[in-house]
Ligand binder design. Structure first.
Ligand code: 5GP
Ligand code: MN
Length: 336
């Protein structure tokens, strides 16, 4: 275990640091990792961000992106860095299975492990924890960690601010979710003052789609969406042939589930996709409906109340049927 004073003492000297985040990183995963990276390199630390898998083009522009190591593409280099590290920062996840094969490497590493995260039910693998489920994004917690734990607000430069802004913007669905408190807006105001160009970041993340991506979205909404009015639920299910036909890349499916949730009265939306030999579910909900409970109980997953994910080794049709079978159990919550 590490206390705050010992952590500050350690970080006062250059250290070998690995920063990692969950597989298939999203905007918060990459934004918080690169935000922390851009902070640490100013202090002379030897820091590296290792992403367990690749991530979408629309996240590949943040400062420091060129230095990111993708584990699946550089296994030996990543394993050596993990084994050799003095400190490993684990951002935006709290269970080692969220980083795939890297999990056992991190568990076995001699480094102090520091968890910065906002997901429920953390696993006990860390030596220091900056954890708050009320935070709208891990990037908000990285800001808080730099300002209030490390007392170094002055080192939040344009690069740090740009990355942290991206994390908060994406995880709060552009400042729309209920956890976007006045504190979040104050943090974001600080980040803009520190150099984050808010409108430009929005352009880079949200207005950078390919033509294929938009046509695929049209296909999903026109041909793949089923509304179940008796359960206030919408399902968008996509098979592997359509992914091929529309040349769908990493990240192209991100956010499509939100269109289903934008329908009035829909309280639960599911995006179910057949990919990489398994079926992946993304659930989104409104209000207090526990999307994460369904993912945890039935689809080996988890997440937040309003945004959760899971997977299954059954066929696409079986997963759709299983999902529909679960709904009656939640009918009361869905139709209130
Ligand atoms: P997405 O639908 O974007 O893949 O995931 C939404 C949220 O659910 C993510 O922010 C993540 O917190 C969580 N999540 C997705 N897949 C899993 C999973 O397999 N296990 C757990 N514990 N959480 C997941
Ligand atoms: Mn997050």
């Amino acid at each position: 275990m590490l206390d705050t004073a010992s952590l500050n003492k350690l970080l006062a000297q250059p250290q070998k640091i690995v920063i990692t985040t969950h597989h298939k990183p999203d905007g918060d995963a990459m934004g918080s990792s690169l935000g922390l990276y851009n902070y640490l390199i100013q202090q002379g630390h030897h820091a590296k961000v290792i992403a367990p898998t690749d991530y979408p083009e629309f996240l590949s522009w943040m400062p420091g992106n060129g230095e990111v190591i993708i584990y699946t593409e550089n296994i030996q280099q990543a394993a050596d860095l993990i084994a050799d590290a003095d400190l490993i920062f684990c951002l935006d996840f709290n269970a080692l299975n969220r980083i795939n094969d890297m999990g056992e490497l991190v568990r076995a590493a001699k480094a102090y492990k520091i968890m910065i995260d906002h997901h429920l039910e953390p696993e006990d693998f860390d030596d220091y924890r900056h954890w708050d489920i009320n935070a709208c994004a891990t990037a908000q917690l990285v800001y808080d960690f730099i300002v209030n734990v490390l007392n170094n607000k002055s080192l939040i430069n344009k690069d740090v601010a740009t990355c942290l802004y991206t994390g908060i913007m994406t995880d709060s669905a552009s400042f729309r979710l209920p956890n976007t408190t006045s504190t979040v807006h104050r943090v974001v105001a600080d980040l803009i003052d520190a150099g984050a160009v808010n409108w430009r970041i929005h352009e880079l993340v949200y207005n950078s789609a390919s033509e294929n991506r938009l046509r695929f979205l049209g296909h999903c909404l026109t041909n793949c969406m089923e509304i179940l009015p008796e359960f206030n639920t919408a399902i968008i299910a996509v098979n592997k042939y359509d992914l091929k036909k529309y040349d769908v890349n990493t990240g192209d499916t991100e956010g499509i589930v939100n269109y289903a949730l934008s329908i009035a009265n829909i309280r639960l939306a599911a995006f179910i996709v057949e990919r990489d030999g398994k079926v992946k579910l993304s659930l989104r909900s409104k209000g207090d409906f526990p999307a994460n409970e369904i993912c945890k109980l039935y689809f080996s997953g988890g997440g937040h109340r309003n945004a959760a994910g899971g997977q299954s080794s059954a066929s696409l049709q079986e997963v759709i049927a299983q999902f529909k079978n679960i709904l009656p159990e939640y009918k009361k919550l869905l139709i209130q």
